[in-house]
Design a protein around this ligand. Structure first.
Ligand code: ADP
Ligand code: MG
Length: 705
């Protein structure tokens, strides 16, 4: 167990230690993810109710919640004006006025017995305005006397997220019990200097206050999460997370890697072969990568660049640096189509340079696969491009010097490590075209150095984006025809209604039928997830070779496809996509010098919010701005999808709301990790111990001993 904190054991005690918690309640609490006393302590209210003073009934304003007293003037079941619906109504009054209380769900006899004229009620609820009257639906009620209210009734009440079968009262009482009995066991383990610098409170005090706020506190700060108690907890959580990242990053830096030389044997000839000059941003980023590759420790870098910013060629250049030094390189992509496309691009240049490259995917014939693995093991093969198939244990390199992962967010963090094990501490470069807002990249990729290509190749007019509705169908089709008649190509993308393979097939085929009726005089191709990869590739190749004018697709074309002659992207039911995804899709056009268009077709049932969301796309072509908006609207879980969401999952902190604290804690943690004797100095023993506990379950952290 833990040497540092003798109280840690009671924090780890199961919730059944608390009074009133038996097996049935334990089970319900488990549904909220609550197992130990500590879990409950850190299970904070999501809002508070201000019940510090009693209102007069005349003061009640619709839209606000109040605590007030009133005497029952009348109480009865009534039938609503429109029909058979029964409602139980109680009118209460004080010297200042009257207000109506309403119940839709109740037991009649019980209510009649309970609510008798003349009884005094203590009421809490939100006031609404309906049919010219103020009313409160399903208020909280306690009976009281006409005397003055006992002071303990006047307070700030925490409100917790619930699960079925668990009442607010029950959970509140439990949290209060836990806070009262156990908060004092939580010890703060932060360097004194940081505590003072940020005026942080003891964790025990912060937890106690957030569960049992005192009535003299700043209610609005508390409600908005700006309160110093919450800030203390958030900082603490971020600090330890960032400290872990900092040490992990150092762990890589402390390892011996190989220092490459930049010999220019292949990089310079490639630069001469390319039909364009690298942009300033590409050059800068390549310089950063080169520096890393020439250094003693292994590279661990993230390359971000908007769709179409030209990451592929930068990746190839990096591969050539490894190859110039006699090492091999591997590029992994999340889908076969993307891997194939990289392969085709690479193959052209690589063979031109007299080098060899192969493609490895899951759907490959055994014999062919064996041959590739052989060439890989002997070192005959310089560059391997592939899908997940590359991770398999029998894929063995002669001497892997550089591993590149494209569209990193499609892979787990583990896979990054797996790939790294395939060589003697190879350099790693992960790439993403899904711009990751800075806040997220600080947590997801906090242990990586970051390079950004923030410039598109010249001569590309910005894509024009418009939202269209169903009524504009004919205009849309006419517009598409005009573009097709100019010799351009067009994408039509359909979302999946449900995530099932059958429905994908149905949606895709129906879409093809509809479009054949409208644009049947052009050549249409269909691309969807149910196609065999051979057929997918065939369709893609046809589209690339201009043997097809229109590509009808479900989202399989999301990432990476490069057909510069395509000038229109039509996205049907656009409101069903996330903004970041729409931006990705839009990035399939605008890849050449012609003016390109993106039409977002919204359904009739698209909500007002939906339209507002889509209009972000009309206004902005900046992937980072869009990603920020998307993150804000959908939250990190949705934004990232389930696979990586766990990494951005904090107990208390909210990376969107608490960005400033995140930056602060990151700065402090990285500074502390840089102290030469951080790992040994007894001053930091408790910090190291706490770090180990916090990271234990989260990610492997070998370097902390
Ligand atoms: P992404 O960053 O989305 O992966 P790509 O690497 O696929 O972008 O590049 C998009 C297109 O731009 C490709 O057709 C590529 O050949 C081209 N390209 C890349 N760099 C430049 C450049 N500096 N100037 C002109 N075109 C470029
Ligand atoms: Mg790409």
């Amino acid at each position: 167990m833990t040497g540092a904190n003798p109280h840690a054991a009671c924090l780890q005690a199961p919730l059944s230690t608390l009074k009133g918690v038996g097996p049935r309640l334990s089970e319900k609490l488990l549904r909220l993810g609550l197992r130990t006393v500590e879990d409950l302590l850190y299970f904070l209210p999501f809002r508070y109710e201000d019940r510090r003073s009693l209102a007069q009934i005349s003061q009640l304003t619709p839209g606000e919640s109040y605590l007030f007293k009133g005497e029952i003037i009348s109480a009865d079941e009534v039938t609503s004006g429109h029909g058979r619906k029964k409602i139980f109504e109680v009118i209460v009054g004080d010297q200042s006025g009257q207000v109506l209380l309403k119940w839709f769900h109740y037991r009649r006899d019980w209510m009649k017995r309970r609510y008798q004229n003349g009884r005094q009620l203590l009421i809490y609820g939100e006031v609404k305005f309906f049919s010219g009257r103020r009313e409160i639906l399903h208020p909280e009620i306690e009976f009281c006397t006409a005397e003055e209210l006992p002071t303990e009734q006047l307070r700030i009440l925490p409100v917790y997220p619930l699960t079925e079968g668990l009442s607010q009262k029950q959970l509140r009482a439990l949290c209060q019990q836990a806070a009262g009995d156990y908060a004092s066991c939580v010890e703060t383990q932060l360097p004194e200097e940081l505590r003072r610098r940020h005026q942080l409170l003891p964790l025990s005090q912060a937890l106690l206050h957030l569960h049992c706020p005192t009535i003299d506190c700043d209610f609005y700060a508390l409600q908005q999460g700006r309160d110093q108690n919450r800030r203390t907890l958030v900082y603490d959580e971020f600090f330890y997370f960032q400290l872990g990242l900092a040490l992990r990053r150092q762990g890589v830096q402390l390892e011996q890697g190989r220092a490459f030389n930049v010999a220019h044997t292949y990089t310079r000839p490639l630069a001469k072969l390319l039909p364009f000059n690298l942009t300033a941003a590409q050059k800068r980023v390549l310089g950063e990568i080169k520096n890393d590759m020439m250094a003693q420790h292994p590279m661990n870098r993230l390359l971000q660049g908007d769709v179409g910013s030209g990451k592929t060629i930068v990746a190839l250049m990096a591969c050539l640096i490894a190859i110039e030094n006699g090492a091999q390189a591997v590029v992994v992509a999340p889908t076969e189509i993307l891997a194939e496309q990289h392969y085709c691009q690479f193959q052209h240049w690589i063979t031109e340079l007299g080098l060899s490259v192969a493609l490895l995917t899951g759907s490959m014939a055994k014999k062919q696969r064996r041959k590739i693995l052989e060439q890989l093991a002997t070192g005959e093969l310089h560059l391997l491009v592939g899908t997940h198939a590359v991770f398999q244990p029998d894929v063995i390199f002669h001497d892997l010097g550089l591993a590149i992962i494209d569209e990193q967010h499609r892979f787990g963090v583990k896979q990054r490590h797996e790939l790294r094990k395939k060589g003697p501490n190879p350099d790693t470069l992960v790439m993403t075209a899904t711009p990751i807002p800075r806040t997220l990249s600080l947590t997801l990729y906090g242990d990586l150095a970051v390079s950004v290509i923030d410039e598109l190749p010249p001569g590309r007019p910005p894509i024009k984006t418009r939202i269209a509705n169903k009524n504009q169908r004919q205009a849309l089709i006419n517009f598409v025809r005009r573009e097709l008649d100019k010799g351009h190509q067009v994408y039509f993308v359909y979302p999946l209604v449900e995530e099932s393979e059958n429905s994908e097939l149905k949606a895709a085929t129906e879409a093809l039928e509809t479009l054949s009726a409208e644009l049947g005089d052009y050549r249409l191709g269909l691309l969807h997830g149910r196609l065999h990869s051979r057929d997918k590739e065939a369709v893609m190749q046809q589209f690339k070779a201009k043997e097809l004018d229109i590509l009808v697709a479900t989202t399989v074309i999301e990432v990476g496809i490069d057909v510069p002659n395509a000038s229109v992207m039509v996205i049907e039911h656009a409101e069903r996509f996330g903004l970041a995804q729409l931006h990705q899709l839009r990035g399939r056009v605008g890849r050449g010098s012609t003016q390109s268009y993106c039409i977002l077709v919204r359904s009739a049932q698209c909500s007002h919010d939906g339209i507002k969301r889509l209009s972000v796309m009309e206004r902005s072509n900046d992937g980072f701005a869009i990603a920020e908006a998307d993150l804000e609207q959908r939250g990190p879980g949705e934004f990232l999808g389930t696979r990586q969401a766990g990494l951005a999952d904090f107990r208390i902190a909210d990376i969107i709301r608490d960005t400033r604290l995140l930056e602060l804690a990151r700065h402090d943690a990285f500074e502390l990790a840089r102290e030469p004797d951080f790992m040994h100095d007894p001053r930091f023993a408790n910090v190291r111990e706490t770090l180990k506990q916090r990271w234990g379950t989260r990610l492997e952290l070998a370097s902390v001993g």
